[in-house]
Design a protein around this ligand. Sequence first.
Ligand code: FAD
Length: 470
Amino acid sequence: MSLEPGMLQAIAAVTGGDGVLTGDAAVPFYKDWRGRYQGDALAVVFPANTQQVSEVVQLCAKHRVAIVPQGGNTSLCGGSVPLTDGSQQIVLNLSRMNRIRNVDAVNYTMTVEAGCKLQSLYAAPEQADRLFPLGLTAIAPHCEIGGNLSTNAGGINVLRYGTARNLVLGLEVVLPDGRIWDGLRSLRKDNTGYDLKQLFIGAEGTLGIITAAVVKLFPLPKSVATACIAVRDPAAAVALLAHLRATCGDMINAFELISRSCLELVFRHINDTHEPFATQHEWLIITQLANVLPAPLETVLRDALLTFGAGVIEFDISADKERAERWWKLRKNIAEAQKAEGISIKHDVSVPVSRADEFIEQAGAALRNQYPGIRIVAFGHLGDGNIHYNISLLDAAHNATFIELHEHEVNRIVYEVVRKLDGSISAEHGVGQLKREEITHYRSGLELELMRTIKRSIDPLNLMNPGKVI
Ligand code: FAD
């Protein structure tokens, strides 16, 4: 790799010698979590504060070197790793900026730096009897709040609290020319012009670098009840969700769907996981309700057994954290189990909640018709109409060839069903490199033109995460 020695020395002078990594030590930061993308760069840079980010960005702008912002590097669409030609780009990793600056229990807000691991953001509010509800349960120890905001992350609690976008009151951002925008406001109401922070949330690092945020807190639930429910099919699950919402309202935090194929992978690859019921079922729901006691929830679910006939087969309820955690372990480990099994063609789609069962039925029928014998691993946040829908062969040894030959066609089949149902081909993971071409078929010409106009006006030199999103 041809280095820009002067520039890297100047960066090291800003961050300190331990703030710049090159050579073999930097290589892990150029690979994505799935092992699908392997890029290259001049260096990985670890600024320790906002001022350092600003100075590094100014140096990059001066030398026309592109910047790939990186948090926990858990992106599932190649957003956080550099492209293969690394001669004119650096990775800017925010992990050293990991301080909680402030918890304001009365204002129900917390000010955090971008590099805070998501998992590290739960304890401080809890000590103040508050909840930070962003719930990426499977990956919270690894991903960072800056990455969560830049991808507008979802997770299991969107049904009750919304996506990352809904949880932010203010941002601090370093712009592509190095200027610092201090928008760290903690106001519930602020109508002074355009809501600029929303541009950077979900932009996947293509417009600037988020260095800090003011996030919303909520009252800590006084009690939590979890239910594991066996349902006949996704249609019964959708009907049950509507029933639960009508009876329990806003108390439902999460409503997750798990198919049999997921359970089989989890039992095969994850230690100490077990069938939740004596009988095997094709579809399970794990739902969590806050501030509701097990007894009333049991009444609601007994009522559902009667209302939905064979649709709702059996259920179990627990207020005990450890027992509920055993059910959650099945859900949280699906991605890890799939990774252990081998590669697959992944989709992260959303459709209106009321049509989620139609998506699963129609996409499944179309794919099985074309590729008999494929394995469909369907699961996800049914409460938001967000289905993770992953395709592979039963024999992992033949997957690489299958994917190479058929990925395009499989995507066409799945995404056409999504289009028919007025859905989205990227619900919560983002676009990154993976869906950059794909979105051009599923967003209108006018929408793409507006996005490009915004990108050009904020980042005219195209230095922020080039080759991603747009
Ligand atoms: P990275 O992967 O490092 O970066 C993601 C994108 O944001 C990149 O484009 C990067 O350039 C940009 N970026 C990162 N930090 C900044 C910053 N400070 N400023 C500007 N741009 C930045 N996602 C969900 O939404 N819900 C889930 O339930 C979920 N579960 C997952 C489970 C597993 C096992 C895995 C591997 C991933 C999962 N994801 C999920 C996807 C991923 O974890 C999220 O997208 C997460 O928000 C990424 O955070 P990160 O810190 O790892 O960001």
